[in-house]
Design a binder for this molecule. Structure first.
Ligand SMILES: C[S@@+](CC[C@H](N)C(=O)[O-])C[C@H]1O[C@@H](n2cnc3c(N)ncnc32)[C@H](O)[C@@H]1O
Length: 187
């Protein structure tokens, strides 16, 4: 796969997930549930912050198989607005770093995490899964939920996963087949 192909795909994915004013829209929606100065729980957010098929149930199943401990350093790759990362930190007591291509998602993830009082254990940064800004062997577990279908260069993706995992580290992933347009309409 050429660098040009990878760059084009990354640009398309970034455009697909662009979300102008996302944090403000989330704040407005949450105001109907609880005042801005009140904390939120992971359970309260679950209907809106799990950005994948089967929502929190899928996260629960994937996380349950990952063998997480309080000492596990987790990378949540393609973290979206941080729902799975907050669930992992709350349920297993581990520290989680979330990375996503979308600055709007990272902004929303950071805001929601502060509202849940989890900013000491869950942090986020903008980044590309194909060029991760971490040293070799930084994490014990890489969590990749519903992201790989967006990434054409799977070899480069899994090379970065492998590079950033410590010796004996674990990969925990789930995805859907990549959707391709056939140009036809459903009946
Ligand atoms: C369907 S969402 C899943 C988000 C989150 N994992 C969840 O389950 O709630 C896919 C996410 O992958 C991110 N993504 C896609 N390609 C990426 C890449 N190359 N590097 C980092 N994030 C990427 C998108 O920006 C989007 O937030």
């Amino acid at each position: 796969m050429t660098d040009t192909t990878t760059t084009t795909t990354t640009t398309k994915v970034r455009e697909h997930y662009s979300a102008t004013g996302l944090t403000d829209r989330i704040k407005a929606a949450l105001a109907a549930i609880t005042p801005e100065d009140q904390p939120l729980t992971v359970a309260q957010l679950a209907p809106l912050d799990q950005f994948h098929t089967r929502g929190i149930l899928a996260t629960t199943e994937l996380a349950g198989a990952a063998g997480l401990q309080p000492s596990t350093r987790v990378l949540d790759l393609g973290c979206g607005i941080g729902g799975p990362a907050r669930y992992l930190a709350t349920t297993f007591g581990c520290k989680v770093t979330g990375v996503d291509l979308s600055p709007a998602f990272i902004d929303a993830a950071t805001y929601l995490t502060a509202r849940c009082g989890l900013s000491d254990r869950v942090t986020f940064q903008v980044g590309d899964a194909l060029h991760l800004p971490f040293e070799d062997g930084t994490f014990d577990t890489v969590f990749l939920q519903h992201v790989a279908m967006n990434i054409e260069d799977r070899a480069a993706l899994y090379a970065e996963v492998r590079r950033t995992l410590a010796a004996g580290g674990r990969f925990s992933g789930a995805t859907t087949p990549r959707l391709r347009s056939t140009g036809s309409r459903p009946p």
